[in-house]
Ligand binder design. Structure first.
Ligand code: DX5
Ligand code: ZN
Length: 219
């Protein structure tokens, strides 16, 4: 599969979200990444199911909903009803991760992922990885857009790739945080299947051109 780009609306101008999402879609975005933050798990508050429902109406692209919240299990039904196609929960927010993963898996046509913070070891995933459609490696500390890519993430992506191979897992690898046209290729070569891009697309004056630049860098 070619490297996919999930454009994160966290850096979009919400007063014209429809136009901006359409622009990203037209320029070649594969997914729309929606960052849900609760002010507890991460020090920022963002989007809830109401916005997911509105975005669902304006695009046919799959909605990739990244839950940076405590007790994600309380909100899975709401996000699925709102139109989430992919849902990731954070390993650090789920003491009963196996149960939460199964809850998401019980929803028809929804892909389940587990997100892992920069300081969290991937070995903590070993007992659930067989169940997953994807693993999301955070390459910044979650909470804000526009942060710098943590270079140690490259080693982590390679480690995960190997771990998935050993487990004969078909799960794909999503990498989130600090992706730009300058590092996208390197991240993809390390093993990423999906790159999240927020500030480097929606934070730029010309959204379409900015996304094209990343796509071109991937070759
Ligand atoms: C960070 C979010 C990211 C963010 C990425 O907490 O999970 O999805 O939008 O934004 P950039 O690409 O600006 O680092
Ligand atoms: Zn995200």
């Amino acid at each position: 599969m070619h490297t996919k780009i999930a454009t994160s609306i966290l850096s979009a101008d919400f007063s014209c979200l429809k136009e901006q999402v359409k622009e990203a879609e037209k320029a070649g975005a594969d997914l729309i990444h929606i960052d849900v933050m609760d002010g507890h798990f991460v020090p920022n508050i963002t989007i809830g199911p109401a916005v997911v429902k509105s975005v669902k109406k304006i695009t046919d692209l799959p909605l990739d909903v990244h839950l940076m919240i405590e007790h994600p299990e309380f909100y899975i039904d709401d996000f699925v009803s709102a139109g989430a196609d992919w849902i990731s929960v954070h390993l650090e927010a789920c003491p009963h991760l196996h149960r939460t993963v199964h809850l998401v898996k019980s929803k028809p046509n929804v892909k389940v992922g587990v997100a892992v913070n920069p300081a969290t070891a991937l070995t903590n995933l070993v007992n659930v990885v067989d169940l997953l459609d994807f693993v999301l490696i955070m390459s910044v500390n979650p909470g804000f857009g526009g942060q710098e890519f943590i270079t140690q993430s490259i080693g982590k992506i390679k480690f995960l790739k190997q771990m998935l191979k050993e487990k004969s897992s078909k799960a794909f690898i999503e990498v989130d945080g600090g992706i730009t046209a300058d590092n996208a290729k390197q991240v993809a070569l390390a093993g990423a299947d999906v790159l999240v891009a927020g500030n480097s697309v929606f934070g730029q004056e010309n959204i379409g051109e900015a996304l094209q630049k990343i796509l071109k860098s991937l070759g």
